[in-house]
Ligand binder design. Structure first.
Ligand code: ADP
Ligand code: MG
Length: 247
């Protein structure tokens, strides 16, 4: 379980995130949703230990995520960002296996794990020797996902992983992601600004506005039991602006 308590994070004196208490429960998918600038990415970076809070703590199964534990914990938390964040000078295989090689896994173990991941993510095996620029957007995100899963982390944090993909590719990868989350039983925290995506993945949803949690609950709570007029505005805006949110 990933648990945040009494978190504040400012940038140059400006509050970016302020969260009293938030937990991602083991084996479930937590969605962080909100408009651009609402603090979703900052909150996720705090969770994976890439940012330190000004106040408060982030704990994974009771161990505080801090500079001294970050190395160990980073192996237990996989992280995927919107554009994939792949190293352009490494092939897909090189990107996925980087951490395992750094940890001096034997070659055979690396290859076995790669074979498992290729099957799990439905990545074309002959794509492993291509560089990111030689892959499609959807394939690059599959590589990014394989890289995040390589060390078999307990927690998977994904920051708008489907945001840059066109609709058909996006829907394919959505289905695969949900299947993978369920099959592996990982604790997942996924950032999106899209309500239909939130509904598709969510066990629980956290709606952020200006760095604070406006509502937390199951998806239907946002629609049927909005805790604040902002929740209704957010939902209405997406329905008017994006008809596919109704689908
Ligand atoms: P979201 O992911 O929801 O779009 P972010 O977490 O990226 O929002 O940003 C939240 C707020 O924090 C924004 O006002 C943004 O400008 C600010 N912010 C984020 N990262 C930094 C940074 N590294 N330096 C300064 N301000 C930042
Ligand atoms: Mg963001």
């Amino acid at each position: 379980m990933l648990e945040l308590t009494g978190i504040t994070k400012t940038f140059a004196g400006k509050m970016a995130v302020q969260v009293g208490h938030l937990t991602a429960r083991r084996g479930t998918t937590l969605i962080l949703i909100g408009a651009s600038g609402s603090g979703k990415s900052t909150l996720l970076r705090l969770m994976v230990g890439l940012l330190r809070p000004d106040r408060g703590s982030v704990r994974l199964d009771g161990t505080e995520v801090s500079p001294s534990s970050a190395g160990e914990l980073r192996r237990r938390i996989g992280y995927v960002i919107q554009d994939g964040g792949l190293f352009p000078h490494l092939t897909a295989r090189g990107n996925v296996s980087l951490m395992a090689r750094h940890l001096r896994w034997p070659g055979e173990r690396v290859e076995n794990r790669l074979a498992e991941l290729v099957e799990l993510t439905r990545f074309p095996p002959d794509g492993l020797d291509r560089y990111p620029v030689q892959l499609s957007g959807g394939q690059r995100q599959r590589v990014s996902l394989m890289r995040a899963l390589m060390l078999d982390p307990d927690v998977l944090c994904l920051d708008e992983p489907l945001g840059a993909l066109d609709p058909l590719i996006r829907s394919d990868l959505q289905e695969d992601l949900r299947r993978i989350f369920r099959t592996l039983g990982k604790t997942v925290v996924l950032v999106t600004h899209d309500l239909s995506e939130a509904r598709y993945f969510a066990d629980r949803v956290v709606l952020l506005h200006e760095g604070s949690v406006v509502q937390e609950g199951v998806f239907d709570d946002l629609i049927q039991r909005p805790s604040d007029p902002f929740v209704t505005r957010f939902v209405q805006a997406q329905r008017l602006g994006a008809p596919e949110a109704e689908a």
